[in-house]
Design a protein around this ligand. Structure first.
Ligand SMILES: *[C@@H]1O[C@H](CO)[C@@H](O)[C@H](O)[C@H]1NC(C)=O
Ligand SMILES: *[C@@H]1O[C@H](CO)[C@@H](O)[C@H](O)[C@H]1NC(C)=O
Ligand SMILES: *[C@@H]1O[C@H](CO)[C@@H](O)[C@H](O)[C@H]1NC(C)=O
Length: 188
């Protein structure tokens, strides 16, 4: 870049930065307008893959101990970008993804439990661009279990609800899991 152009550019940035901003603190409350609530059911499979060259979940922190040989030792934290698919087959169509974190939260290895902090977004269909948030304990060893939905974005704004989860496939050596999700969402 020419020196003069750079100076003009810099002057412009400084000018914009210094432009007066009419900042003001707002606060206003009024009774909420009653809106009709909808209930939506969703069914899909979450593929949480730790093994292979392209894992969808990666360990990002773990405690400094060597006695726990599990792929998900107590205290370990995973980041996920898990595909949501129409079926349990690894080749079935992708309809969204689950991005966030989960923590291996039980000291008792026989009670393998995670706490999920994960946002489920849809990339196709009627709910494309919308997502709901799961912040919940998930007792993974229970064949049928439930996790809590605490909010949402887009079409799922103000969502609350729950997910019934069933393990379709679990490999205790690799930690790979395929989970069936039945979601019930109340939203506007
Ligand atoms: C991990 O634990 C070992 C044994 O307790 C200790 O010697 C080592 O300094 C620890 N490493 C870190 C990074 O804390
Ligand atoms: C989801 O609902 C379908 C239909 O009611 C049922 O067949 C299936 O077992 C349920 N799965 C879970 C994980 O609850
Ligand atoms: C479980 O994972 C291990 C390690 O990736 C692999 O060697 C084994 O074949 C897997 N077992 C099944 C039943 O998929």
């Amino acid at each position: 870049m020419e020196r003069s152009t750079a100076i003009i550019g810099l002057a412009l940035i400084l000018y914009i930065a210094a432009a007066p901003v009419h900042s003001e603190y707002y606060s206003k409350s009024k009774p909420a307008v009653h809106m009709e609530e909808k209930v939506t059911h969703l069914h899909f499979f979450l593929h949480d893959i730790l093994s292979g060259k392209n894992p969808s979940a990666v360990m990002i922190a773990r405690p400094n101990r060597t006695d726990d040989k599990s792929p998900t030792p107590f205290g370990s934290v995973f980041a996920t970008d898990d595909p949501l698919r129409t079926g349990p087959e690894p080749t079935s169509e992708i309809i969204g993804n689950a991005q966030g974190l989960y923590l291996s939260s039980s000291q008792d290895v026989t009670q393998f439990t995670i706490v999920m902090y994960i946002d489920f977004a849809f990339t196709t269909g009627k709910f494309k661009g919308s997502s709901f948030g799961v912040f919940s304990r998930n007792p993974v060893v229970e064949p049928h279990r439930e996790v809590a939905v605490v909010g949402g974005r887009g079409k799922f704004r103000l969502a609350r609800g729950f997910v019934e989860v069933k393990t379709a496939h679990f490999n205790g050596t690799s930690g790979d899991a395929i989970l069936e999700y039945n979601v019930t969402l109340f939203h506007y």
